[in-house]
Design a protein around this ligand. Structure first.
Ligand code: TRP
Ligand code: ZN
Length: 475
């Protein structure tokens, strides 16, 4: 990396040395063309190097969206309040496609250019480290469906009556500009204006609806608890909406596309209060102010997975089979603790999401008279796909949601339970959820946390089940 001379400043020598160091650290580096005080184009995620951005931390996204199902066009204004964690004369947001018509920073028009999925913003005035600043981006276009390195689809999907947004791992950038990495969680205010007769569902709590121009309706949603961008969603279309309250007093908001409604789906959804209450017994208090689900009519071939969007997991389907079953429901609801509240620091820590959610499936099946916990663990041990690589080290971006994160991730927990005993393991689940509630955690955080919970040496367990390449002959 070539060192660039710092901008001339009237500073004393020790200060100048500090500045040189700071400028060097903030260089984007490889081509030497980035000016000092430029926010990095990615947070340095090993699997998704361009995901997220350096130089600032978002506190709140206010998304004002307007969708026309007939043309598929989305018009939006994104307002981001953020704090600079370095001096910034330029910073990036992530945005895939869409046309940007105007960007302002603290009310003044800012210069903006596009480079791949980076929206590069040069504010009229340099931002000082520690400054809180507000960026607005006005944009429009037909949002894209993105194809991930593993061939799966995310981002924005048009449906026959509207649209659906799903963002794991890097799909939120298809429908709003942001810091699209799980390490930067923020509050969200989402308002979606749609033609009369359609409903717009998002995460968090419904604030209300109001009439908009042209006989349309605006739906407003608010997530006060911090949320990673990949967990944001919006579903637009015809929905039957059921609002209720669980016996524990938690508001539920369940939206079902009538075309994906069937007896099995309804029966599974009816168990949400029971599943949540059971999971609270295992993991501690539910971390958010509301819960629910979205069932949307979408060809299975186009999405093919459910997603744990915060407070309101999405289940796409065009049945049969039904869009929702109780095991998948238990999985996505478990993610509300593990993934949504305790969010991975980086994409390589994905097993912290999927391992916990899969282990929850095993517990749920055992409770419901299905295979025992031991039988589920034995099946995961016998599954060659789960042994393609160690769960703690996916080789590349295409491996982010591969079988090791699920089956082997769950086996790590199974082995911890056997080693620690059910009582200590029970405390582990609750305390892990509490220790990083509404935050982020890495694999190293997890192993250190486990070590503090016991006097046993857990290193051999982690060496075999979390990091090891070889499959043990038996459990
Ligand atoms: N998180 C989803 C689930 O298990 C699955 C999934 C969809 C996923 N897209 C992904 C996992 C991308 C990791 C990365 O419920
Ligand atoms: Zn999952």
């Amino acid at each position: 990396m070539r060192l660039r001379p710092p901008p001339p400043r009237a500073v004393t020598l020790p200060l100048l040395a500090g500045c040189l160091l700071a400028c060097c650290l903030s260089c984007t580096g490889t081509d030497g063309s980035a000016p000092a005080d430029t926010g990095a184009p990615g947070v340095g995620d090993r699997l998704f190097p361009d995901a997220g951005n350096g130089g600032y931390d978002v506190g709140r996204y206010t998304l004002d969206l307007d969708y026309d199902p007939a043309s598929g066009r989305l018009r939006g204004t994104a307002t981001l309040t953020a704090t600079a964690d370095q001096d910034l004369e330029r910073f990036d947001l992530d945005l895939a496609g869409m046309e940007v018509s105007r960007v302002t920073v603290d009310g003044a028009t800012a210069r903006a250019t596009r480079a791949g999925t980076e929206l590069r913003i040069s504010p009229a005035h340099r931002l000082r480290r520690g400054a809180r600043f507000t960026t607005t981006v006005a944009y429009q276009g037909v949002p894209r469906t993105l194809t991930d390195p593993d061939g799966s689809h995310e981002g924005w999907f048009r449906t026959d009556d509207g649209a659906l947004a799903l963002g794991e791992p890097v799909g939120s950038m298809a429908w709003f500009p942001g810091d699209d990495h799980p390490s930067d969680k923020a509050a969200f205010d989402v308002t979606v204006t749609v033609p009369r007769g359609l409903t717009a569902v998002s995460g968090g709590e419904p604030v209300g609806t109001r009439p908009a121009a042209g006989g349309r309706t605006s739906y407003q949603w608010r997530s006060t608890a911090p949320m990673a961008t990949y967990l944001a969603t919006v579903a637009i279309g015809h929905f039957d909406v059921t609002r209720s309250t669980t016996p524990d007093g938690l508001p539920l908001y369940v939206a079902v596309d009538p075309r994906s409604d069937d007896a099995a789906t309804a029966a599974a959804l009816a168990r949400i209060p029971e599943i949540l209450s059971w999971e609270q017994g295992l993991f501690g208090p539910y971390p958010f102010a509301s819960a629910g689900a979205v069932v949307d009519h979408l060809p299975k071939g186009r999405v093919g997975y459910a997603l744990e969007t915060q407070t309101r997991p999405v289940f796409p389907g065009d049945g049969p089979p039904p869009a929702v079953d109780q095991v998948t429901l238990a999985h996505e609801l478990a993610h509300q603790w593990f993934g949504d509240s305790v969010t991975p620091s980086a994409w390589q820590d994905m097993w912290l999401n999927e391992g916990f959610a899969t282990f929850t499936e095993w517990l749920w099946k055992a409770r419901e008279g299905g295979p025992s916990l031991d039988a589920s663990a034995a099946a995961a041990l016998a599954d060659p796909a789960a042994w393609a690589f160690p769960p703690a080290s996916p080789p590349d971006a295409a491996a982010v949601s591969a079988a090791p994160a699920y089956g082997r991730g769950a086996l790590v927990l199974y082995e911890l339970r056997r080693t620690l005993g059910a009582a200590v393991f029970g405390r582990l689940l609750k305390q892990w959820a509490a220790a990083h509630r509404h935050g982020n955690a890495s694999t190293a955080d997890f192993t250190a946390f486990c070590a503090r919970l016991t006097s046993r040496d857990l290193r051999p367990l982690f060496a075999t089940w979390l990091y090891g390449a070889a499959r043990p002959a038996h459990l």
